[in-house]
Design a protein around this ligand. Structure first.
Ligand SMILES: [Mg+2]
Length: 253
């Protein structure tokens, strides 16, 4: 059986923050952005002790983006709520905005593609990106992946619980940058969960560690873990090594 692996897009392989920052510069200018960063305190860390919120579609109040990752990138710019709305109004009018993002690590999509091809992995990409002008989100995302070296990408735009989807699709592994998503996936499915964490590893929510979610600082590291998982899977005798690598995934085991 090939390894079935899912990757989230924004904050995991696609650099939403840089793309938003570029657009924010165009509409507010450098001075306003610098002032915002100076005046507004950094956002509080996401409450991610439990998977309680994970299954719920993100709120759709006002004109702010619905996707939680988009909202996270917005928060990082430290803009006021009104400025965020202005920025989002601007962004959603950009034709094929989702094709303009840089990769979070240069060359990472081609790397995923080549490892997946060599090891015959089945890869699926998930996103909750909201719509923008131009093509529909799925096609924009597919074009982006293709342009960065992943041919024939499977992309699914989902709002509902990633955990239940991971379970239904019998995924072996899931790579995501949101602790809430990771907890949901760890609770609802048998997939090994890798959290791409951009802060200090000591700040990873304890709940995630308890559930065997494996935090990494880079997507390259995540690929290394997936290769290890793949190796161990094909050698049934060393299940213990696997458990050591990922921690316990099921408290009942
Ligand atoms: Mg994300």
């Amino acid at each position: 059986m090939p390894l079935r692996v899912a990757f989230d897009l924004d904050g995991t392989v696609a650099d939403m923050y840089t793309a938003l920052h570029k657009e924010a510069l165009k509409i507010f200018g450098e001075e306003v952005l610098a002032k915002a960063a100076y005046k507004n305190p950094p956002p509080p860390p996401a409450p991610a002790e439990g998977p309680a919120e994970a299954g719920r579609p993100a709120g759709d109040e006002g004109a702010k983006p619905e996707d939680a990752t988009t909202a996270m990138a917005m928060d990082e710019l430290r803009l006021t709520a009104r400025q965020q709305m202005q920025l989002w109004d601007h962004v959603k009018q950009i034709d094929d905005f989702w094709t303009t993002l840089p990769e979070l690590e240069p060359g990472i999509i081609a790397r995923i593609a080549s490892v997946a091809m060599a090891r015959r992995w089945e890869v699926i990409f998930f996103t909750t990106r909201p719509a923008t002008a131009g093509e529909f989100v799925q096609l924009q995302s597919q074009r982006w992946l293709d342009a960065h070296g992943f041919r024939y990408p499977s992309v699914y735009v989902v709002q509902r619980s990633r955990g239940r989807i991971a379970d239904a699709l019998q995924l072996d592994a899931f790579v995501d940058d949101r602790a809430e998503n990771c907890l949901d996936i760890a609770v609802e499915s048998k997939a090994k969960v890798i959290l791409v964490w951009h802060g200090h590893l000591k700040d990873v929510p304890a709940g995630a560690k308890r559930l065997g979610v494996r935090p990494v600082s880079t997507i390259s590291e995540a690929i290394g873990l997936l290769e290890h998982l793949d190796d161990v899977r094909s050698q049934p005798g060393i299940v213990r090594t696997l458990k050591r690598a990922f921690g316990r995934t099921n408290p009942d085991e």
